[in-house]
Design a protein around this ligand. Sequence first.
Ligand code: GAR
Length: 196
Amino acid sequence: MIKHSLKRIALFASGSGSNAEKIAEYFTSNPEVEISLIVSNNPKAGVIERARRLHIPVLLFDRTTFYDTNRITQLLIDQRIDLIVLAGFMWLMPGGLVQAFPNKIINIHPALLPKFGGKGMYGHFVHEAVVAANETESGITIHYVNEHYDEGQIIFQAHCPVTPTDTPDDVARKVQVLEHEHYPRVVSEVLLMNNE
Ligand code: GAR
């Protein structure tokens, strides 16, 4: 039996899952929010081990299931998911899923969109491009998700300096600090906004 006041989040992640874990930790003491599922396309991803440790159910799928069937969308509807949070999820969201969850899918991007976004711009590639372009700052962008890479409406950005001696790894570390600091709180604010 699902309580109606309970807000249910599905976290999508393809990699290590450090953001997914920070978000799960943030809500552990909140009885009104449940991380109902961790959803992944990658059975070898670090996030799977984190989910096991956090006692969060995992849903794994392959490309055919995701793009050629509506099984994942239907399952998320059946589970009454209120918000889908992408935390290092690297595949484009299919149209049917976006349409079924209007303004209920958010993503974090490790740069200041609209710069350094689009297909192929993820994880370390983003930080390499920022350093190669001699940027003096980078940061994070949290945005709604539509059917195009990194194009949905921006909800929140935070900035960090990039110095001339910073390597892509240095930038990645600064950006990760911002991600862990802000993403859980912004997720909770979006949940509240959707409630109004
Ligand atoms: C994060 O830096 C996130 O911004 C990035 O993947 C990393 C996942 O880290 N996402 C993208 O690049 C999406 N285009 P995590 O697995 O440790 O949370």
